[in-house]
Write a protein that binds this ligand. Structure first.
Ligand code: G4P
Length: 533
């Protein structure tokens, strides 16, 4: 039996994992699901991934490149808490997509490879979390391999991220000499079991008191002294863990382990349960007046942070991922889209459990439900029972690549328009319609986005397209008083376009031209991002 909305919301932990490729995000995801009882044997996530890839054409690109392009969510119930794990795409070209996914997360786990520390993509993703004040839990992975000095890893977190690291555990060695770790809060030692000579994984022994004699079976006197000294030193040198500072984004609790060997995972999951925040109040407007939506509010509200097409080729549907912010959602209820006023009956909402999708009978703040629809829902849409609530929009970023796109078969021009609009609504690429000329211009943050687009146009819409250079280098959304913008548009017709929502966009040929024009029109805004919704 479910409880009231505030009680249900308080047991939600909605989080994402961020990492540089290869640090171990997939392995950690798998092992967290294992620790949470969502799957029985490690290996299922990948198997399921393969399965999904063979079912879905456009995932071919994922397989060929060996990267994860799509984002999904997985839900599991563990020790009285409901965990929602959002999967963020790993490749840097998809930072926009990642950014949107992180808007739906209440906390993030930052995975570091113990041998590599903070890598470029870790830093980028961290910055996105900081922009949104998302508290970060650090997991230092691959301790079973030769690692950097853990003190240096903490220094790096502190200097590169300006974040106070607060270790909750301290490792005994690394690589071939990795013996386990000390829980700094309880002074329990957690022994790490190597694989047996015939490469079997027999599980790790139970934690034991560090002060007792039993530790001698795992650590020789030198190793014990080193761990004792190291742990005392680090506790003197670092600030004690302060949950409030963590929630405010100034401090990160640090966990160590080996995702591959399922070591330190139960502790990480328990840490998330104890310290990661339940859903909070979210800023919004109600009929243009500023307000806060509290998870316990009776009205069901939420926002769409991702739209994914063709997850199942048997159903040519799109799934909008709705992050709920308040109320008790029940299957079959009617929700209204704030910006269009359209009402939809949510009869087949989906929740994504590790092994399968299931119809969601009920859901609460913090949960993510998938709503199948035929293009009614867009990224950034706010949904609620009254239709009056609007959450701050999700931004579109100024693209760094602008290309003309043409279809090889001219008879299919109309199809192309529809297909490009569909992909732009999903947020795969941006679409600009110049005032002059029949060509479309697509915008992307990175080259890979265009490849995904071409692949999807070929596989889902049977359209062979050509990309050609466009004369434009920069796109900026135009803002200002109506008369001023109209005057500007009239004078710059050949450089004007509209985006998918019919908003005016100025396309300039160079950064220099953009600067020059912006200086001449000080009353107008040339925006790098635009909030949708
Ligand atoms: P990603 O999603 O962040 O890109 O990383 P992923 O989990 O795919 O892990 C990247 C590689 O690192 C994989 O090896 C994986 O097995 C390994 N790995 C992850 N966690 C650990 C760990 O705790 N210890 C050790 N020793 N290795 C770890 P691979 O050889 O590239 O792939 P695979 O053939 O093992 O699948």
């Amino acid at each position: 039996m479910s409880q009231s909305p505030p009680v249900e919301a308080s047991r939600r932990r909605t989080f994402a994992i961020i990492s540089h490729p290869d640090a171990g995000k997939t392995t950690l995801t798998e092992n967290l699901l294992l620790a949470g009882g969502a799957i029985r044997a490690a290996g299922q996530v990948r198997a399921r991934g393969e399965n999904r890839r063979t079912r879905s054409d456009w995932m071919k690109i994922e397989r060929e490149r060996g990267i994860s392009v799509s984002a999904s969510v997985m839900t599991f119930d563990h020790e009285g808490l409901m965990f929602n794990l959002l999967d963020t795409p790993g490749h840097e070209d998809f930072s926009e997509d990642t950014y949107r996914t992180l808007t739906a997360a209440d906390a993030a786990v930052m995975v570091l490879d113990a041998a590599k520390g903070i890598e470029p993509q870790t830093l980028k993703l961290f910055e996105v979390c900081r922009l949104r004040d998302i508290p970060i839990v650090t997991f230092i992975n691959k301790m079973d391999r030769e690692a950097q000095d853990p003190i240096e890893l903490l220094d790096e977190i502190s200097s590169k991220l300006a974040l106070d690291p607060a270790p909750l555990f301290w490792p005994a060695g690394s690589g071939g000499r990795f013996k386990g770790m000390l829980d700094l809060r309880t002074q329990q030692f957690l022994p790490f079991a190597k694989r047996t000579a015939d490469n079997k994984d027999e599980g790790h022994p139970k934690p034991i008191a560090f002060s007792g004699n039993a530790v001698a079976s795992y650590l020789d006197p030198d190793e014990r002294a080193e761990l004792e000294e190291g742990s005392m030193l680090v506790q003197e040198a670092s600030k004690p863990f302060d949950p409030q500072a963590f929630l405010e984004g100034h401090m990160t609790p640090v966990f160590f382990g080996s995702a591959l060997r399922h070591f330190g995972i139960d502790q990480l999951l328990a840490g998330l349960g104890t310290y990661a925040p339940a859903p909070k109040a979210v800023a919004a407007t109600r009929s243009a007046a500023e307000t806060h939506v509290v998870p316990g509010d009776p009205e069901v509200t939420g926002f769409v942070f991702k739209v994914q097409a063709n997850m199942d080729p048997n159903h040519r549907d799109r799934i909008a991922f709705l992050r709920l912010c308040s109320g008790r959602f029940q299957r079959g209820m009617k929700l209204k889209v704030q910006n269009t006023g359209r009402q939809l009956s949510v009869n087949a909402p989906i929740m994504f459990f590790a092994s399968d999708r299931e119809l969601a009978e009920e859901a609460f703040a913090g949960d993510v439900i998938g709503i199948p629809n035929h293009g009614v829902l867009r990224v950034g849409d706010s949904l609620s029972e009254t239709g009056l609530l609007r959450f701050a929009g999700l931004p579109n970023f100024a693209p760094e690549i602008l290309q003309r796109v043409r279809v090889k078969d001219p008879l299919k021009a109309k199809h192309l328009k529809k297909a490009l609009e569909g992909l732009a609504e999903e947020g795969v690429t941006q679409l600009f319609r110049p005032q002059f000329g029949a060509d479309f211009i697509v915008g992307a943050v990175g080259q890979l986005q265009l490849e995904v687009m071409a692949d999807r146009l070929a596989n889902e819409y049977q359209l062979e397209v050509l990309f050609e250079p466009s004369p434009f280098a920069e796109a900026r959304w135009l803002t200002g008083k109506e008369a001023d913008t109209k005057d500007f548009i009239d004078k710059h017709k050949t450089a004007m376009a509209t985006d998918i929502d019919d908003q005016p966009v100025f396309l300039s040929k160079s950064a220099w031209e953009l600067g020059y024009v912006a200086e001449r029109y000080p009353d107008l805004g040339f925006q790098r991002t635009r909030e949708r919704g």
